[in-house]
Design a protein around this ligand. Structure first.
Ligand SMILES: Cc1cc2nc3c(=O)[nH]c(=O)nc-3n(C[C@H](O)[C@H](O)[C@H](O)COP(=O)(O)OP(=O)(O)OC[C@H]3O[C@@H](n4cnc5c(N)ncnc54)[C@H](O)[C@@H]3O)c2cc1C
Length: 477
């Protein structure tokens, strides 16, 4: 366990927080230690932060004023959304935390332009709901959608389960509003799909994890609301057949595959053990499973027949062994629950080392078989759990401790295990962080696996946009 709890590193001038209080009003500042806890601890319990205060502005102007004050006094800031990030990007080590939870308005929705304009503090599931109420679809979807904020999603360039069809957060943003490190507001809230007028500035802030500016608003792409979905859970004998199945699914369905997730048997076993609502969907046990969803913007046009054709062809070609099609929304949720429960079910099983890597899709079987061999050599009895968004080449390669060793002695192997996996990822042309970002957790990997010129360019951007290094210092670089 890694605890970051430095002494308050930036000294806050006397009366500074009181001045901020005047800007944000009554409920805008939290300094009571017990009320601060949820903002200081993160999802995985790896880090516990420290901050003089949690600041909760109500609008962009308030953010701008606070940042201008911090800039003048050289005070560090950690922008924070729902605090669901998995790399410690929202953890403060003495800086002020600016949490955007009170900036949660849907500013406007333009159904003709297929865009929605929102405050950055909007909860992702609220955004999905409002889009749906307006007969439109916002496709970003991930396990933390009930608490993460769109500003956090954009800042981590979140992926999730529908990247295959709709792209990640970066591809869903048309415009941004950003407060810069000196407090100026850049209003880039454009809903244009075509705008070739120089550098695409919004891209600088997407995936920047709050190190280049604070995203306060966004214009996002909407899509026609899916009218019909077909969801199937199938068993596969090996990873090679899962990849062939992916190609078949894309070809058979006219590329309407909206999700393609793989799950190992150990994931189902752990869910059955720790998550009481889990149901084993098939009667026999198999090594691998895939959860596949087809989506169509029209209904009654035979998506069920398309699914049937696809499954028949898959069976004929031995790409699947068995399967179950969701017959109702309730059954669909049960199938998705297995995918989500297996993440939570890893916690009660002891220590787990998480990896979020990507390799070219075709290299996934090679990666998993080589990685399994390497980690088992370092730690006999280790339980690798490889799962995730296989349709995007994204594997969550989690390592569960052996049953017969102490948590601490397993965690002492962390560096050795991770280094071997990351070297393998690198040799296969992959990335050491597919969708979770860098935060503090992956800073050492940046130094090892990014080229000198990439790091120099990033540093140049950081120095230009945040010359005093007040925005999320110590993250990414
Ligand atoms: C159960 C679970 C499932 C998850 N599944 C996925 C998944 O499938 N795919 C995926 O990509 N991620 C996933 N995540 C990770 C996490 O949910 C995402 O990274 C999410 O996008 C973070 O949003 P947040 O609002 O919680 O951001 P936070 O955790 O608060 O912050 C994340 C980073 O963004 C910065 N930040 C936040 N808001 C702003 C802002 N307005 N302006 C500038 N910087 C800001 C922070 O400083 C920090 O560096 C999952 C997490 C959990 C707990």
């Amino acid at each position: 366990m890694k605890i970051v709890k430095k002494n308050i590193s930036c000294s806050i001038p006397e009366g500074f927080v009181q001045e901020i209080h005047k800007i944000v009003g009554k409920n805008g500042v939290i300094t009571n230690p017990s009320d601060m806890t949820p903002y200081l601890e993160e999802t995985r319990g790896i880090y516990v932060g420290a901050s003089p205060a949690i600041i909760r502005p109500k609008d962009t102007l308030q953010v701008s004023k606070i940042v201008a004050m911090c800039s003048k006094e050289n005070i560090g800031i950690v922008p924070q959304g729902g605090n669901t990030g998995l790399c410690g990007g929202g953890v403060a080590s003495g800086e002020l935390i600016i949490n955007l939870e009170r900036m949660n308005e849907i500013r406007s929705i333009d159904t003709i332009n297929y865009t929605i304009t929102v405050d950055a503090g909007c909860i992702l599931s609220d955004l999905q709901r409002v889009s749906e109420e307006n007969d439109r679809f916002f496709p970003l979807s991930l396990g933390a959608e009930g608490s993460c904020q769109i500003g956090g999603n954009l800042s981590t360039n979140a992926g999730g389960t529908s990247v295959l069809r709709y792209g990640n957060a970066r591809e869903l943003a048309l415009g941004l509003e950003v407060v810069l490190s000196d407090g100026r507001i850049w209003n880039g809230l454009s809903g244009l799909r075509k705008d070739n007028t120089g550098y695409d500035l919004k891209q600088l802030f997407i995936g920047a994890e709050g190190t280049l500016g604070i995203i306060t608003g966004a214009v996002l792409k909407l899509f026609p609301l899916p009218r019909e979905r077909q969801t199937v859970f199938v068993a596969n004998k090996d990873l090679e057949s899962i990849l062939k199945l992916l190609s078949l699914a894309r070809n058979c369905s006219g590329d309407t595959v909206s999700a393609f997730e793989f799950i190992p048997r150990i994931g189902i076993d752990l869910s059955l053990k720790h998550m009481p609502e889990t149901v084993d969907p098939l009667s026999d046990k198999h090594d691998w499973y895939t959860l596949i969803e087809f989506e169509s913007g029209t209904s009654g046009n035979g998506l069920d027949k398309v699914m049937e054709m696809f499954l028949n062809e898959a069976l004929e070609n031995n790409l699947i062994i068995d399967g179950v099609i969701a017959q109702s929304e309730e059954q669909r949720h049960k199938l998705w629950f297995i995918r989500e429960a297996m993440v939570l079910a890893q916690k009660p099983e002891g220590a787990s080392i998480k990896n979020d890597i990507s390799v070219p899709i075709s290299k996934i079987p090679d990666f998993i078989s080589k990685a399994d061999k390497v980690v088992k050599k370092i730690c006999p009895g280790i339980r690798p759990i490889a799962f995730g968004h296989i349709g995007d080449g994204n594997v969550h390669y989690n390592l569960q401790q052996p049953l017969d060793i102490e948590e601490e002695s397993f965690m002492s192997l962390r560096e050795n295990l991770n280094e071997s996996i990351m070297d393998l990822v690198q040799s296969l042309g992959g990335s050491f962080s597919a969708e979770h970002g860098i935060g503090i957790l992956k800073v050492p990997e940046m130094v090892i696996y990014k080229t000198k010129i990439e790091l120099e360019l990033m540093k140049l951007l950081k120095d230009t946009l945040d010359p005093n290094n007040i925005l999320n210092p110590g993250k990414i670089l």
